[in-house]
Design a protein around this ligand. Structure first.
Ligand code: C2G
Length: 447
C-alpha cells in the first residue's frame, strides 16, 4: 500500500485545498492529512486563522479525501510522522517549492501546483471588515510598527500625523501610506483607530482628542504620566464604547502569557520575590535624556517591569522605595523596591547604567528564570532544589514582537471588547500612578 502525507492549516476550506487533497490522494492508496494546531499556527506567525483546529479537522474529514487525520504541533514533526507512519510520498503545494527537500532523505517529495486565484487570506479579507489605522508620531517606534502591522490581518495603516508636515510626508512616502497630515482634524477623517507613538508628554492630550473624535486608541508606553489622567482617559473610552489599550508589548507575547499562567498554576509555589531588570544605554543627545521631555529611566523603562510585577503580585502595593542616580534632572539609573503582603519586588532600570536584563521570580517551591532580554520572552526555565526536576520552555518571538499587541487591539475592536486580561485598564492606571509618585520625588533617595 502506497501511503501519502500532506499538511496544512486548511482555514476556511476552499477549492485550492480540495484540489490539493484530491491530487495528493491520487498519488497513492492511503492519505494522511496533518492539520496544524492553533498554537503551532500562532508560533509560525499565522495569527488570524478563523476556524479552530476542531473545525478545521472536521472540514478535512468532510471532504472524504483523508483516510486519517493527525495534528501537527511543532516544527520537525514531519520527519517523525513520515517514519512512524511509513510514508512513501510527502505532497505539498508549490508555494512551498524547495522548502521541504530535506524530507527527501525519508520519502519521495512532490510539490503539486497551487490553485491560482484562491486563498484563505483572500477569503478572510472578503469576510472581515478591515480597520483603517493612523499613526500619531513618526519616530523610532512608529518605524518599527508599520512593518509589524502588515503581519496582522484586518488592519491597514493608512495615515500618519506629525505637526511637522515634511516629517509626516517623508514617513508616508517611506511606507507607501495613503495620507500624511499636520492637521489633526484632517487626520481623523478617514481612520477607525489611532496608534499613538509621540513623545510621552503628549500622550494624554492625543488620547483624549482621538477618543473624542470617536477613534479606538493603542498608545505607547507610558500611557500617561499621572494616575488621574490615565483614569480619566479610560473612563472616557468606556463611556464612548471605544478601545483604549496601552502598548505594553511583552504583555501580549505568547511566551509571556504562558509564563504568567504557569506561575499562577503554582508550579513554583507562592511567589515571594520578583526581580526585573532592564537597561538601554542611549546617547545623551536623545529624547530619553531630556528632562523637559519627561526623559529618564522610570518614564522610559519602568512600564514593562512594573506590568510584570502587577500581574504576578497584584496592585496592593504596601510600600515603595527608590534609589536613583540623577544626571541633571534625569534619573539615569533607578532601583525601585515594592513590598506586598508576603512578597517583595524590585526593578533595576537604567539609561546610563548597563545591567543584566533578566527576570527572576522566586517562589516557595522553586524559581523561574528568564534570561535577557526577558521583555522579548523566547525562553525560560523553572528551577528547583533538585535539578532533575528543572524544566526549560522555548518559544518564538517574532522580530519586533509588536504584531501581538496590534493583533489584540484589532481583535478587541472587531469583537467589540473594550477590555482585555492581557493588559487591564487598572494595571495601566497603577503604572501611571507609580510614575507620577516617582516624578514627585516621593520615597526617593538620590545616590
Ligand atoms: N493550497 C493550494 N492552493 C491554494 C491554497 C493552498 O494548493 N490556492 C495548498 C497549500 O500549498 C498547502 C495546502 O493547500 O499544500 C494547505 O494550505 P494552507 O492551509 O495555507 O497551509 P500551509 O500554511 O501551506 O501549511 O505544516 C504546515 C504546512 O507546512 C503548510
Amino acid at each position: 500500500m502506497k501511503k501519502v502525507i500532506t499538511y496544512g492549516t486548511y482555514d476556511l476550506l476552499h477549492e485550492g485545498h480540495l484540489n490539493l487533497l484530491r491530487r495528493a490522494k491520487e498519488l497513492g492508496d492511503y492519505l494522511i492529512v496533518g492539520v496544524t494546531s492553533d498554537s503551532f499556527d500562532q508560533e509560525r506567525g499565522k495569527l488570524n486563522v478563523h476556524n479552530n483546529v476542531l473545525e478545521r479537522i472536521q472540514a478535512i474529514k468532510d471532504t472524504g479525501f483523508a483516510d486519517e487525520v493527525i495534528i501537527e504541533e511543532h516544527i520537525g514533526q514531519k520527519i517523525d510522522d513520515i517514519q512512524f507512519h511509513q510514508i512513501d510520498v510527502f505532497a505539498i503545494g508549490s508555494d512551498w517549492e524547495g522548502k521541504f527537500d530535506y524530507l527527501k532523505e525519508y520519502c519521495e517529495v512532490v510539490y503539486l501546483p497551487r490553485t491560482e486565484g484562491i486563498s484563505s487570506t483572500m477569503l478572510r479579507a472578503g469576510k472581515d471588515r478591515v480597520f483603517k489605522l493612523g499613526i500619531i508620531g513618526s519616530g523610532r517606534i512608529a518605524n518599527r510598527f508599520v512593518p509589524e502591522a502588515r503581519y496582522v490581518s484586518r488592519v491597514e495603516v493608512v495615515s500618519i500625523y506629525n505637526p511637522d508636515s515634511s516629517e509626516a510626508f517623508e514617513f508616508k512616502q517611506r511606507f507607501g501610506l495613503n495620507e500624511s497630515h499636520s492637521d489633526l482634524s484632517e487626520f481623523y477623517k478617514n481612520i477607525d483607530a489611532v496608534y499613538i507613538a509621540s513623545p510621552h508628554l503628549t500622550h494624554y492630550e492625543y488620547i483624549k482628542s482621538s477618543l473624542l473624535n470617536g477613534k479606538h486608541v493603542l498608545c505607547e508606553i507610558p500611557l500617561c504620566l499621572k494616575g488621574e489622567e490615565a483614569k480619566e482617559v479610560y473612563e472616557l473610552a468606556k463611556s464612548r464604547n471605544l478601545v483604549l489599550l496601552e502598548a505594553c508589548k511583552t504583555a501580549f507575547c505568547p511566551a509571556f502569557l504562558h509564563l504568567v499562567r504557569i506561575i499562577k498554576s503554582g508550579i513554583i509555589g507562592d511567589v515571594v520575590d520578583v526581580q526585573a531588570s532592564l537597561s538601554k544605554l542611549v546617547d545623551r543627545s536623545m529624547r530619553e535624556f531630556n528632562g523637559s521631555e519627561a526623559g529618564g529611566s522610570i518614564t522610559e523603562l519602568s512600564p514593562l517591569p512594573l506590568m510584570v510585577i502587577l500581574k504576578l503580585l497584584g496592585r496592593k502595593i504596601k510600600n515603595v522605595t527608590y534609589y536613583s542616580l540623577f544626571e541633571n534632572d534625569v534619573d539615569i539609573f533607578t532601583k525601585g523596591i515594592f513590598t506586598f503582603s508576603g512578597a517583595v519586588a524590585s526593578i533595576t532600570i537604567g539609561l546610563g547604567v548597563k545591567t543584566e536584563g533578566n527576570l527572576v521570580v522566586s517562589g516557595t517551591k522553586g524559581y523561574l528564570y528568564v534570561p535577557s532580554p526577558w521583555w522579548k520572552t523566547e525562553y525560560f526555565e523553572i528551577r528547583y532544589e533538585d535539578q532533575n526536576n528543572n524544566r526549560k520552555f522555548y518559544y518564538h518571538f517574532a522580530e519586533e514582537g509588536l504584531r501581538y499587541e496590534i493583533q489584540e487591539f484589532i481583535s478587541m475592536i472587531a469583537g467589540q471588547r473594550t477590555s482585555t486580561y492581557k493588559m487591564k485598564a487598572e494595571e495601566s492606571i497603577t503604572i501611571a500612578d507609580i510614575i507620577e509618585c516617582f516624578r514627585k520625588g516621593e520615597n526617593l533617595t538620590r545616590l
